[in-house]
Design a protein around this ligand. Structure first.
Ligand code: SF4
Length: 463
């Protein structure tokens, strides 16, 4: 069977805000995971529009398209094009799961939720000529799931080809978070076996890894065993975890000893009323400064995530947040305008209050205001968001953040990491155009490793 798997590009690819490096970071792991369910006789062509032009003139037996909110319109257009030619089209992903009635008009079959239980059933039905219009995942487990098809990933087109996911979901339930919609109807947090995760890590070339798990520390027993197994592998890696998990003694130190060098941390807001409103109780009354200090002591850089526009935010929120992050020596920050993704509790609440002002999904990109904020005008919220980015990434702020560090290697690493990410975009763009972005990976590894150099590894890099 000829199979075409497509990750359509965000429609913002045509917008002035398009940042090539942002979309050349991670390969399409979701589609590569689904691809593992096909047989050896199936011929699979996996294309990611973020990094390559799509070839849509073919005539496969089956087209599989991954849909997320800001690529939805593009995904539907591609699906319609294939269906007009009589090709069978399957849609899956977060947006399809959140809004199946919208997606239905563009697909022969919809996949709701993760696919490890439903894909084998669909393939059996499809080969028998009797596929169902909808498959909803319920029985979720990663035990015994075949390894994802890394051979389908064009590694040279990504800065971080060694991305991996060893768990699914998150044990928490924040109101603004999209993932609960995806995992509705079954388990919302589960992991691979540690052995399977270590085997996957072991076969990845080079040193750098990026765990794309929502919360790698979410199952402490699993994480502890994983980090113990990774110790001595000589890896340097990045991941995401919560403030609470960082404050707990033990796990962070184990992770750092196994090569953790940078962590994405969802601080989200410095206001406890906002945390309550968003059901983010695991951050409530947590000492953010102590969490930052623990990470610094462990030699782990921070990518802090912050959301603007919650109901207690007024016009002072932007400068207060940036000042706090800079004063803490946080290396990189990701700011978001609060976005009520469809089917989340936040969306339901704002809709009930008549505060949703747009359902144009292209604008659900955390850079546009799509609802009526409580204490800010939409224009002030959008302007404050952009100002926060400018203020945080000024050279003066980068140097001020670096000065918080107690040693010169730490200060230099801060400047190299923050400056490299935001100030060297012309170089990134040049290398992306030359299809050489992976040449920057050694530089990234070097910056990450400069604090607590891991032992050298013997793996042969493919880059
Ligand atoms: S902790 Fe993060 S991943 Fe988990 S529910 Fe909250 S926002 Fe989502």
């Amino acid at each position: 069977m000829q199979v075409k798997m497509i990750l359509p590009a965000l429609t913002e690819a045509k917008s002035p805000f398009w940042r090539p490096i942002k979309y050349h970071l991670f390969p399409p792991l979701g589609l590569a995971t689904i691809a593992s369910h096909f047989g050896p006789d199936d011929d699979i062509d996996l294309q990611d529009e973020h990094v390559e032009p799509l070839d849509l003139d073919d005539d496969p037996d089956l087209v599989v398209i991954q849909v997320y909110i800001t690529n939805a319109y593009r995904a539907y257009a591609i699906a319609d094009q294939y269906r007009d030619r009589g090709v069978y089209v399957v849609l899956g992903g977060l947006h399809v799961t959140a809004l199946p009635e919208e997606a239905r008009a563009h697909a022969d079959t919809l996949f709701l939720g993760p696919g490890e239980d439903t894909w084998p059933v669909f393939l059996r039905d499809f080969r028998a000529g009797a596929p169902q219009p909808r498959y909803r995942s319920r029985e979720r487990s990663l035990v015994g799931v075949p390894p994802l098809r890394r051979d389908l990933i064009k590694r040279h087109l990504y800065l971080v080809p060694n991305s991996l996911v060893v768990s699914r979901g998150c044990p928490h339930h924040c109101d603004f978070c999209y993932k609960d919609a995806f995992y509705a109807g079954g388990k919302s947090f589960y992991t691979q076996t540690v052995d399977a995760a270590l085997a996957e890590i072991d076969q990845l070339p080079g040193r750098h890894l990026y765990f794309l798990d929502d919360h790698l520390f979410g199952n402490a027993a699993f994480a502890s065993e994983l980090f113990a197994g990774m110790k001595g592998m000589g890896r340097v890696w990045q991941a995401a975890a919560t403030v609470t998990s960082i404050l707990k003694p033990g796990l962070l130190e184990q992770a750092a000893a196994a090569g953790l060098r940078s962590l994405f941390v969802g601080f989200e807001t410095l206001n406890s009323e906002n945390l309550r409103e968003q059901n983010k109780y695991h951050n409530l009354n947590r000492d953010y400064t102590a969490a930052v200090q623990r990470l610094r002591d462990a030699g782990v850089m921070i990518n802090g995530s912050f959301v603007f526009g919650m109901d207690s935010d007024d016009e002072t929120v932007f400068s207060r947040t940036v000042d706090w992050a800079v004063s803490q020596g946080i290396e990189t920050a990701t700011f978001h305008i609060m976005t009520p993704y469809p089917s989340t509790p936040l969306y339901e609440r704002l809709q009930a209050q008549g505060r949703i002002t747009s359902t144009h999904w292209d604008h659900y990109d955390t850079r546009h205001v799509v609802y009526q904020p409580m204490r800010l005008s939409p224009a002030a919220l959008e302007a404050g968001y952009w100002q926060a980015y400018r203020d945080f990434y000024r050279w003066e702020a980068i140097f001020r953040g670096a000065s918080v560090k107690s040693t010169w290697p730490d200060r230099l690493r801060h400047i190299a990491y923050a400056g490299g990410w935001k100030k060297c975009e012309p170089i990134w763009d040049l290398l992306i155009r030359a299809k050489q972005v992976n040449r920057l990976l050694p530089a990234l590894e070097q910056v990450l490793a400069s604090f607590g150099e891991p032992p050298p590894v013997t793996r042969v890099a493919e880059f």
